[in-house]
Design a protein. Structure first.
Length: 100
C-alpha cells in the first residue's frame, strides 16, 4: 500500500512539474509551476497525509480500547494529543498557502 501511494504521489508531482504552459492554468510563464500551484499541491499532500494518519491512529486507539477497556483514559489522552499535532501540521501548510 505504501509503495502504491508513493508511486501515485511521484507520478502526480512529475506530471505537474512537466506541465505545458498552455495546458495548465496554474503554470506561470516559462513552463515552471507558480508558487501558488506548488503551495496548493503541498497543502493537498499535507491534508491527504493527515487524513490517513488520523484514520490509522483512531483505528489503533479503538483496537487498544477494545483489548484493554480499563486504559480508556490513557489511550484517549494520547490519541487526542497525536490528533492535535497532526492537525497542526495541516494548518501550518494552509498558512504557507496564504503567505505565498
Amino acid at each position: 500500500m505504501k509503495k502504491t501511494l508513493m508511486t501515485l504521489g511521484v507520478m502526480a508531482m512529475s506530471a505537474a512539474a512537466y506541465a505545458d504552459a498552455a495546458a495548465a492554468p496554474l503554470v506561470a510563464g516559462g513552463g515552471a509551476l507558480s508558487p501558488k500551484a506548488c503551495a496548493a499541491l503541498g497543502l493537498g499532500i499535507a491534508a491527504f497525509g493527515c487524513g490517513i494518519g488520523q484514520g490509522i491512529a483512531t483505528g489503533k486507539a479503538v483496537e487498544s480500547i477494545a483489548r484493554q477497556p480499563e486504559a480508556v483514559n490513557d489511550i484517549r489522552g494520547a490519541l487526542l494529543l497525536g490528533l492535535a499535532l497532526m492537525e497542526a501540521l495541516t494548518i501550518y501548510a494552509l498558512l504557507v498557502v496564504f503567505v505565498v
